[in-house]
Design a protein around this ligand. Sequence first.
Ligand SMILES: CC(C)(COP(=O)(O)OP(=O)(O)OC[C@H]1O[C@@H](n2cnc3c(N)ncnc32)[C@H](O)[C@@H]1OP(=O)(O)O)[C@@H](O)C(=O)NCCC(=O)NCCS
Length: 287
Amino acid sequence: MRIRQTVASGLQALGLATELLHRMRLADARAGIWEAADLQWWWRTPRASDELDQPFWLDGDGPIATALLTDWGHTWGLEPIVVPDVPAAVRSEVWSAAVERIDALSLVNVETLVRDDDEALAQFLRSADFEATDDRGGVTWMDAADRPTVPALPPGFELVDRLGSGDRPHPLAVRNHPTVEARLNQLSLYDPALDLAIRAPTCDVAAYGLFWFDPVTRVGLVEPMRTEAAWQRRGLARALLSTGLDRLARRGATRLKVGFATDAARDLYLGAGFRVDAEDTTYARRA
Ligand SMILES: CC(C)(COP(=O)(O)OP(=O)(O)OC[C@H]1O[C@@H](n2cnc3c(N)ncnc32)[C@H](O)[C@@H]1OP(=O)(O)O)[C@@H](O)C(=O)NCCC(=O)NCCS
């Protein structure tokens, strides 16, 4: 099969990355770190990388690989994504091209997540001056049939979705960008009925979470999830998570996924019935 390369930026790049991650998930139920919805979530705020040409490798059926660069403000993220059955030579070409691009753009602070079972990528990164950091995380999965029951909220708290609360400022606007809702509405996988928040008796938003149903892969993804500091350890995240997972299952999700980067999040997800499938380490290349 002839393999060709192209570049795309902004929403066009996100569309190709979505196609690529769909193909990856349909080929392998557990491969990689990211779902298409993860990358769509990254679109929530304007970034310098929106304008950047991102490389894609394609065969006759569509995208088979990319190495995306994302501007996170304090650092750049590198995401090499390659479908499982790609020839080793193409995989090496994707990784090498990524490092060449980092050098050409003079990026001095770049990070990438590597699954602990992907020694080939870890070895390549070490040879390209990346070093393993202490930042560890992982990916957890659950069959939708095993989702927890939805507990009652503490008295005075109310669960709302974005369909029923669109007249108020979006909860994500505080930590993200004032345009967050407009940007979410540009995404093929965003659903306001799965954009949940819990309001405290004071009417403040105490907790929120976004749930993403992917009709192509039938994976339901949780990202992000937060309880504001003043309202933590009252069972709000557990209630929000259980409600979101139930809505995902009712929408048609057969498998549920969430990633974690902190012990609190890991305990929350394992307590809900998720099981760790892969752990990962952040590799960094600093100036
Ligand atoms: C993780 C987080 C969402 C938990 O919210 P919460 O409303 O306080 O959680 P709950 O009260 O529903 O707790 C449910 C379970 O989660 C786990 N958990 C919650 N906070 C924890 C903590 N600080 N340390 C360890 N485990 C914790 C516990 O297993 C807890 O069950 P328990 O209270 O019976 O022990 C919250 O701490 C938070 O927003 N943190 C910052 C953002 C973040 O890390 N989000 C997750 C990104 S993947």
